[in-house]
Each structure stands twice: as C-alpha cells, then as structure tokens.
Design a protein around this ligand. Structure first.
Ligand code: ASP
Ligand code: MG
Length: 467
C-alpha cells in the first residue's frame, strides 16, 4: 500500500511529540507500506510568524527580534533533543539560523515599507513548515527510519492567488511523481512540507490556513495513494463538540459529502478543501489521533456503512450576524434578491446562509460578525431608492446569534428529520429565528440566540444522534 500520513501542529509540537510521530511512521513502514509524510509547522508557529509580520508593518521591531529568538530556541531544542549525528546537528543549526535571519530581513523590509502584501504573507507564513521538515527528517533517520525530504513548493504547482492558492493538479502530478516516486522506490520515507506550493514561476504560495490537510490529499491524488491519514489531536470526527456534549461520539465512517459539510460548518477537524482531490478517486481518508494512536478514528469514504442514524453531526457556528432586508413593497418585485447578493458580493462579503420567507417580505443572510456593518452599509446604499419610496423599510442586523448546522446524508431519504429537530428544540423552549436547507439535503441549518446555542446542540444531540 501507498499511504500519505499528515501530522498537524500539535502532533509535532515538541521533540517528544516528534519522537512519537517517528514511531507511528515506523509502524506503517513495518507493514511494508510506502509512506509519504506531510508535516505542519510546530503548533503556534504559523500564528507567531504572522503576528510578527503584522507587528513589523506597524513599526514594532522589538516583537520581530523576540519572535526570531523564540523560534530559534524552539527549533534548536528539537535539533538538540533528537538529532544525534554531530555533523547533521551542526548543519541543521546553521540552516535554521540562516532561515530565521532571512525571516528577520524580510520583516525588516516590511517594517520599512509599512505594508504587507499577500505574497510576503506567504513567504513568512510558510516558514514554520520549511524550518521543521529538514529537522524532522533527520530525527526520523536518527530514529532508524530511512527518510528523505522535498519541499512542497517543488511538488505542488498553484495559481498565484497568494494566501489561498489552488493547485494545478496535472502539473502537480508530474512534479510530485518525478520527485517522490524515486524516494519511495528506494525504500525510503518521503517527507514534505504541508501548506505550501509555488506558482509556475516558482514563487512561494500557501493553500490557506490549516492547509496541510489539503497538501496531504493533493499529494495522495497525485501519487495514486491507497489511503490518506490525517493525524490530529482528537479521536476522529465526532458527532458534536465534546466540550459542549460530553456524550459526543466518534463517527466511525462518514461520506465525503458529510465530511465536507462538517468541516465547513465548524467541526474543523479537517480543512474544508481536503476532500476534493481524493473524493473523485475514491481514496479513503482516515482521521486519527497521534495522542492515542490505537484509536480507530474516523474513516471517510464514498459509501460509509450506516450507523443507524440519519444525522451524523451537529455543530454551532458563532460570531455570525443575521442581516435582514425587509419591506412590504418587496413582494413580487423581481431582482431584489439578485441585487442583495450582488451588493454584498461586490464587497467580498461571504454569505454563510440565506433564507427568504415565501411572503417575500424579507430576505435574511447570515454573514460573519465582523462584516455585518459593511453589509448593512452596502445594502442601504443599494436600496436607497426603494427605502425612500418605503418599498423596503429596514435593513438591519441581529448579532448574538449562532447557526446550528445538522449534517447527515441520510436526511435526504428520510422524512421527519426536520420535525424531530424542531421538536427537540421546542421541548427545550428554544426559539428558532431562521431556517435553511440546501437542496443537497445534507445540511439543515437553523439560527438561534447565541445564549441558547449550547442548549440547542445538546437538545438535538440527545434526541437524534445514535452511534
Ligand atoms: N501551519 C499552517 C497553519 O497553521 C498549516 C497547517 O497547520 O495546516 O495554518
Ligand atoms: Mg494546523
């Protein structure tokens, strides 16, 4: 078998954790599998780098120097703990120090310019992965594995949409196979950086925050892997957040579609785009816990075994606001919805959910809390004429609300699920402010007061989720 194993930030957060990763990888190698390891930056490193970049642009050079020292120590600690080979240790100490010196130079020029470009954000934000991978690879070798690394900017070709680049799969396939297959055929473990790609011209890009999962499935698809494993710090995808519902269960199998919905809607176990590259090829993804490697985790496949429950997961999405465009004169007037969405789209405001009552007297859209004031502004400007004529009476925002998303592909064929969800909420006296269901029927979304969000999740979980 050919297996891609991705380890997230907490799984590589210290020398001790990395030593554990080496053991997990060794177990795969012992089974006779070909292994490609994708690593994130050590936990907290990407945030620290990006914060230092921002501070540099704001003129705070002290923060930059502090970050450089902090990151140098963090990585040298790993080198000193895990790398036994003297020459390798010296070489890694030099390359790590040099890389952090370049980081300092880059941030210093941002300090002078006082402005951050997306391209600079990627050059700096990608450093955590670039620092760790050579160190981890040497640590694997010192732990008795045969390993060799390649930076993913040599593997994944992307567009130049910095900060959220998309891969060109055909080019990536050619490059990744050319670089990685010889390593695998030579009996070594191939190690690469998550999160990173490069444009056709070789300029570094990133796939978006949390993008290492996406790296794993891009590489998995390119190499026709038999399985992609995402090693994280929880026991797979759960029915809901165990901090809210202690009885939450691990889902043993879910479909690609459900995994995508659950990741968009706050279950945050995987990056939302992770599913795309492998779903077409029907390659299974396993979500596993590096802190509890024997736990079976969650398997994501095309046709999961039924677990007898129509609903797979429930999540609450907070920090959202409901923007309503309302007026009696809206009824029967074509184009109001189109203008509403065009106006917010022009402002690049992301709409999370939409609902319109059939009386057509209002349109509601859910947006991120931070963009709500701008959404109101553009809508008021868009409908100035209608508002003057009182065909549209108000454009207003309700904050302190949450979206409760109920996900499960079996909802499609099962009548009565919505009734049970609403019944559960009614029993607990929870008021529903708005409702939406996409025609995929994978997802039923409702809006409730934020103060009732946890109770809503508990009520629905109690009444409908079975293992
Ligand atoms: N290190 C990157 C981030 O923190 C990518 C990842 O962790 O997947 O966003
Ligand atoms: Mg991460």
């Amino acid at each position: 078998m050919r297996v891609v194993m991705k380890f997230g930030g907490t799984s590589v957060g210290s020398a001790e954790r990395l030593a554990g990763v080496a053991e997990i990888v060794r177990a795969q190698v012992k089974r006779g599998n070909q292994v490609i390891v994708v690593l994130s930056a050590m936990s907290g490193v990407t945030n620290t780098l990006l914060a230092a970049l921002k501070e540099s642009a704001n003129g705070n050079i002290a923060k930059l120097l502090q970050t450089r020292d902090e990151l140098l120590k963090k990585h040298l600690d790993v080198i000193n703990a895990l790398v036994r080979d003297e020459t390798a240790r010296q070489n890694l100490t030099t390359t790590t120090t040099d890389a952090l010196d370049r980081f300092e130079d880059l941030c210093s020029s941002i300090y002078v310019l006082g402005e951050i470009t997306p391209r600079a954000t990627d050059a700096v934000g990608s450093l955590g992965e670039r620092l760790l991978v050579p160190i981890a690879t040497q640590a694997f070798n010192d732990a008795g594995l045969r390993a060799q690394w390649v930076a993913a900017n040599e593997l994944i070709m992307t567009d130049d949409n910095f900060v959220a680049a998309s891969p060109f799969m055909d080019e990536t396939r050619v490059q990744a196979r050319a670089k990685l297959l010889p390593i695998l055929e030579n009996g070594s473990v191939a190690v690469t950086t998550g999160f990173i790609g490069a444009t056709k011209k070789g300029i570094l890009t990133t796939l978006g925050r949390g993008g290492s999962d996406y790296t794993a499935t891009i590489i998995g698809a390119a190499l026709d892997a038999d399985e992609v494993q995402i090693w994280t710090d929880v026991n797979g995808v759960m029915t809901t957040d165990p901090r809210i519902v202690p009885e939450a269960l691990t889902l043993s199998e879910i479909s690609y579609g459900e995994a995508a919905e659950l990741s968009y809607f706050g279950a945050k176990v995987i990056h939302p785009k992770t599913i795309l590259p492998v779903a077409e090829k029907n390659t299974p993804i396993r979500i596993l816990n590096s802190f509890e490697p024997t736990h079976p985790g969650t398997l994501i496949v095309r046709d999961p075994k039924s677990n007898g429950s129509t609903i797979r997961g429930i999540t609450a999405i907070r920090n959202v606001a409901l923007v309503t465009v309302e007026g009696r004169g809206m009824q029967g007037v074509p184009g109001i919805a189109a203008r509403t969405f065009s106006a917010v789209a022009r402002e690049k405001i992301n709409v999370l959910m939409i609902s319109q009552s059939s009386s057509e007297q209002n349109i509601c859209l859910l947006v991120e809390l931070a963009s709500a004031p701008r959404a109101v502004q553009v809508l008021q400007a868009e409908f100035r004429g209608e508002m003057a004529a009182q065909n549209i009476e108000h454009v207003w925002v309700q904050d302190q609300i949450a979206i409760i998303a109920v996900v499960g592909s079996a909802m499609k064929k099962t009548p009565g699920v919505a009734a049970r969800v609403f019944g559960a909420l009614a029993n607990d006296n929870i008021n529903i402010i708005a409702i939406a269901q996409g025609s995929s029927e994978y997802n039923l979304s409702l809006v409730v007061n934020e103060s009732e969000a946890d109770n809503a999740v508990r009520a629905i979980h109690r009444s409908i989720v079975k293992k």
